[in-house]
Structure formats: structure tokens, C-alpha cells
Design a protein around this ligand. Structure first.
Ligand code: PLP
Length: 404
């Protein structure tokens, strides 16, 4: 294979197809009536969105730029799932009028809906509601991402959800047609999803809702053989949902992000230099922690190493720190204790690098790396060239003579 200039991301189509197929199969076998959505925020690479569209995915969007991007890439408005607490009024109306999916999450959306439905009395407006429920109480053993609980959706326990339901039921041409239960726990257990599905049943019964869909959100594990996958989650979810819902009437919606693209994506870097500082080896590479985890919250970077020469004849090093390409001390990725000495030219390849990386990458010191697609037949496609100053300087203006 041709030598590509590192650093770059590689997406392997074969692995992507594998995770797509287990998602679809899990939804098909356990429920049958489903919509597979994809969370655009997790990785908004245009190639990826376009590929997933061709695979039948809907685009789950939470902002105006994401919506505009999805539409620009050819997603019809009826294949949009519009979520989140920060909505744009024009898009809210556009998606509803086109028959797309909108899950209400804020205090102002019921007002918008009242106004819109009043303006179009002959149209009907099915909408979903994002549910906020106390997961810590439902699953006391879970580690939650936020200890004080999630902040999205309408709170079930204090009656805010009930009040929104009552209000919308007074609007003659509005129907509460869905519940949205996306939530994120650190442990991502199958058990949490079972509890959320049970909550959908409980709310539908309590408020006598006749639902066209239950949207289970994202947040699943995927691409890791030591963790549960879609088959485990949807077996449990559908078992709980079937206590009250039936696939003839009610669709299940999934909107995964990271679980769909992790396995397929690697970030590939090269060792440029080895520095010896007071007995410690610092391995300088051309990729950075900012490419993989700009929030600098992660301490584990799954990876493998391709050595350019035989390691059995190399020295062993007690302590090597693999560092990134920025001039920040915190740009250190992982430590190799008692390993073969790394040398310039060795490749360090980070695995499961697809989610919250390319799209969260800052323009800090270096710009966006290239992205290559490895097709199932081994051929490569350039999905994104590395950014240069041509892109960085777009829409910039100086007040000097020098031409931008
Ligand atoms: C972020 C998000 C997702 C996807 O989450 P992953 O952890 O990437 O699977 C799905 N739905 C909503 C509403 C989200 O905010």
C-alpha cells in the first residue's frame, strides 16, 4: 500500500459495514419496525454522513449547522430527527411540516408548537418528548456521567413532563407520538437500557399515550469484543417494550454515534524523535492528544504499534512516554513500561478513534488531519485532505496590505 503522510484518520469500510449490519439485524430481529438514526455530532465527516444515508440511516441533529449539513448532503427533511434543548425556530417548523421527527426538550418549544399548529389548523403535528428520569433511582448501581443527574428533557418525577403532556393534549392537531429516552451513563450497561424501556412503558400507561415511536437514543458500547453490543441492548429493550407496545403500531428508533464508527476508525501517527531527559525516554510523534481527546479527559488510548524493524534486536526501555505534536506538556498519550525501544519511523496506530475526535478536533498549532477511507477491496479514497492555511484563512480579513 502507498505510504501516506501521517497523521491521518483511516476508516475501514469493512468494519463499518459490520457494525451497521449488527445494528440493523438487532433492530430487525428483536422488533422489526425500526428507524436507524445516526448522531451527527459524534462524527460529522461529510463522507460518513453520505455513506450512512446510502445505508438507509436518518440524521439525528442537534443544531442548525448539523441540520444544514445533513440537508446539503441529501437527507430529506422527513429523514431528520431533530433533538436537543437549543433549537432553531425555522428548522423546527420546517422539519415538522415536512414530516420529520422532532423531540421537544425545552420550555419554549411547546409555545412554538402551539403557534405553528394554530397557523396550520388543517395539518397534524406528531411530536416526541425527551424524557428526563432519575436513572440513579432506577439503577442505583450505575455510574452516572453527571452525579447530579442529566439535564436534558422534561423531568418525570416533578411533574414537568406531565404538565407538557397536558398542555399539548389541548392542542387539537398536535399528537404526542413519541418518547425519547437518550441518556448517557458511564457504564453503558444493558440493564440501564432495560430500565429506560420500562420507563417508556410506565409513562405511556400513566398518560394513556398512543405512541408511534420510542426513541432509545444512543450511548451504547460498540466495536469492542469485551463489551455488550447492539444485540444485547435491543434484546433487553425490546423485551421490556413488548410489555405494552407492539411493532405493528410503534416503531423503535435508535440513534447511535460512537458505537457505530469506533471499530472502523484508526488514527495513524509516526515516531519522529526520541528524547532522553534525566533517564526518561520521550517519544515524539506527529499526532496529538488534541486529535483524539481534545477535552483531555481520557487516560487510556487503545493502540497498536507497527515497528519498522525487528524488535528482538532492539534495546528494551524501562520507561517510554509517547507524546504528541503540540508544544503543551499535557500532550502525552501513554507510557510504555519495559518495552522494545521505539525509534523514528515506527508507527503508532490508535484504535477505536472514530467518535468525538474528527469533529471535536481543535485548530490548535496544527489543523485538521486527512481522512482516508479503506474500501472493502483495499483501495483508498480521500474523504478529507489535511487542512492547510487555504482553509484556515477562509473568511478571515486583516487590515494590512498582505493578501489573504
Ligand atoms: C450524543 C447523542 C447521541 C449519540 O451518543 P453516542 O454516545 O455517540 O452513541 C444520540 N442521541 C442524542 C440525543 C445525543 O445527544
Amino acid at each position: 500500500m502507498e505510504q501516506l503522510q501521517t497523521p491521518f484518520f483511516r476508516i475501514k469500510e469493512k468494519d463499518l459495514l459490520y457494525d451497521i449490519s449488527i445494528l440493523k439485524e438487532a433492530l430487525l430481529k428483536n422488533w422489526g419496525n425500526y428507524i436507524a438514526g445516526y448522531s451527527v455530532k459524534t462524527n460529522s465527516l461529510p463522507w460518513l454522513l453520505s455513506y450512512l444515508k446510502a445505508q438507509g440511516f436518518y440524521a439525528e441533529v442537534v443544531s442548525k449547522p448539523e441540520y444544514d449539513l445533513a440537508v446539503r448532503l441529501g437527507f430529506p427533511a422527513e429523514h431528520i430527527i431533530y433533538n436537543g434543548p437549543i433549537k432553531d425556530k425555522k428548522i423546527f417548523e420546517e422539519v415538522l411540516l415536512a414530516g420529520g421527527y422532532v423531540n421537544l426538550d425545552s420550555g419554549y418549544e411547546p409555545d412554538w408548537l402551539a403557534e405553528l399548529s394554530g397557523r396550520f389548523p388543517e395539518r397534524s403535528f406528531p411530536v416526541g418528548l425527551r424524557v428526563n428520569c432519575d436513572i440513579a433511582a432506577l439503577c442505583p448501581e450505575e455510574t452516572l456521567v453527571e452525579e447530579e443527574g442529566g439535564r436534558f428533557g422534561y423531568c418525570y418525577e416533578n411533574g414537568v413532563l406531565g404538565a407538557v403532556i397536558k398542555r399539548l393534549e389541548k392542542l387539537p392537531n398536535v399528537k404526542i407520538s413519541g418518547l425519547h429516552l437518550h441518556s448517557s451513563t458511564q457504564s453503558r450497561t444493558v440493564h440501564v437500557y432495560g430500565a429506560l424501556a420500562k420507563m417508556a412503558v410506565r409513562i405511556a400507561r400513566e398518560y394513556a399515550l398512543s405512541l408511534d415511536y420510542v426513541d432509545m437514543g444512543g450511548g451504547y458500547f460498540g466495536g469492542r469484543d469485551d463489551k455488550p453490543d447492539y444485540r444485547d441492548y435491543f434484546r433487553e429493550i425490546c423485551k421490556e417494550l413488548s410489555a405494552h407496545f407492539s411493532p405493528d403500531k410503534t416503531k423503535i428508533i435508535a440513534e447511535p454515534g460512537v458505537s457505530l464508527i469506533s471499530r472502523a476508525t484508526t488514527f495513524e501517527t509516526t515516531v519522529l524523535d526520541v528524547k532522553d531527559i534525566r533517564g526518561r525516554k520521550f517519544i515524539v510523534t506527529d499526532g496529538s492528544r488534541t486529535n483524539l481527546n481534545p477535552l483531555v479527559t481520557r487516560h487510556v488510548y487503545p493502540h497498536h504499534i507497527q515497528y519498522i524493524s525487528d524488535t528482538s534486536v532492539r534495546n528494551r526501555e524501562h520507561d517510554q512516554w509517547v507524546c504528541g505534536a503540540t508544544c503543551m506538556e499535557y500532550d502525552r498519550l501513554f507510557e510504555i513500561v519495559d518495552g522494545a525501544a521505539l525509534i523514528p519511523g515506527d508507527k503508532i496506530i490508535y484504535d477505536t478513534a472514530g467518535g468525538y475526535t474528527m469533529c471535536l478536533n481543535p485548530l490548535f498549532i496544527n489543523y485538521f488531519p486527512a481522512v482516508y477511507i479503506e474500501h472493502t477491496d483495499g483501495t483508498l479514497f480521500t474523504a478529507r485532505d489535511a487542512w492547510s492555511n487555504d482553509e484556515f484563512m477562509m473568511k478571515n480579513y486583516t487590515e494590512s496590505e498582505a493578501c489573504l
